[in-house]
Design a protein around this ligand. Structure first.
Ligand SMILES: [Zn+2]
Length: 266
């Protein structure tokens, strides 16, 4: 006889235990001075039963969490980035996200710059997706990486490789350089600050996001490929999911469907 009305057993875990597992991979002490990784809203001691994993803790993502009855949100970008947060008032997108999370009893944890920097973190994933070998840390801040392509490729072939690696339909580039590309630097998110380090280290190209007008003027033999902040950091979702699943195999963690790039290429 089939047993009816039996609810599947819900596996609960302390939000702080999930945070500890993430921090084992990407310790909070790695975070940049301006960053606000860690818990921002809710109760770290709460026993949570379902998490939503996303890149951004946007209002859409918080709404999705409410709809899907998640009591925890785990993201790359913190819900509150700038300190101090002086006011939380209705009608402001960020405030609305904060208030909805609080009202809905959702605890929010984010691993931002620690996830960028950690060995095996976002920058290492960028390097591996592009097929770089001999990868090392680029620059004093520890964010970016530099590596080699085992076989040189033409500039256009490289651009296509970037699009494919990050699922971007379009990229922005500076003037294309000639010859074969073998030396590549990467910096997840908005990494244009790594340009001078990349040039100095002999990279021919830097792949990053959020490059502004003036930084598309590049020295000879060097170019930037802007794959978009969002696309360069999308691997964060899979990475966070893998950490949660590995440590708590029975815990339900959903991947956000509402979290899309806020930028449209028409
Ligand atoms: Zn970012």
């Amino acid at each position: 006889m089939k047993q009816k009305n039996l609810k599947p057993e819900v596996f609960k875990v302390k939000a702080s235990a999930i945070a500890e597992a993430i921090e084992e991979f990407a310790p909070l002490c790695l975070q940049a001075e301006w960053d606000n990784s860690g818990f921002t809203v809710g109760n770290p001691k709460a026993e949570v039963s379902k998490a939503l994993i996303a890149l951004n803790c946007s209002l859409e993502v918080v709404r999705e969490a409410v709809e899907k009855e998640c009591d925890m949100i785990i993201t790359h970008h913190p819900l509150i980035v700038h300190r101090p947060c002086l006011s939380i008032l209705e009608g402001d997108l960020r405030s609305d996200a904060i208030m909805l999370a609080i009202r809905s009893g959702i605890t929010v944890y984010s691993s931002h710059t620690p996830l960028d920097k950690a060995p095996g973190g976002l920058n290492d994933i960028m390097a591996s997706r592009l097929g770089l070998v001999d990868v090392s840390v680029l620059g004093a801040d520890g964010f970016s990486r530099i590596g080699k392509l085992s076989r040189g490729v033409s500039t256009m072939a490289f651009v296509e490789r970037v699009k494919k690696a990050f699922g971007a339909s379009k990229v922005r580039t500076s003037a294309l350089i000639g010859g074969k590309i073998t030396s590549v630097a990467v910096s997840s998110g908005g990494g244009q600050g790594a340009i001078s380090d990349a040039v100095r280290a002999g990279a021919q190209v830097l792949v990053t996001g959020d490059v502004t007008h003036h930084n598309f003027y590049c020295p000879e033999g060097f170019m930037v490929v802007d794959v978009g902040h969002h696309f360069s950091e999308l691997p964060a979702i899979g990475l966070l999911e893998a950490i949660v699943k590995k440590n708590f195999p029975k815990f339900v963690a959903l991947l956000s469907e509402a979290d899309k790039s806020p930028i449209f290429y028409l």
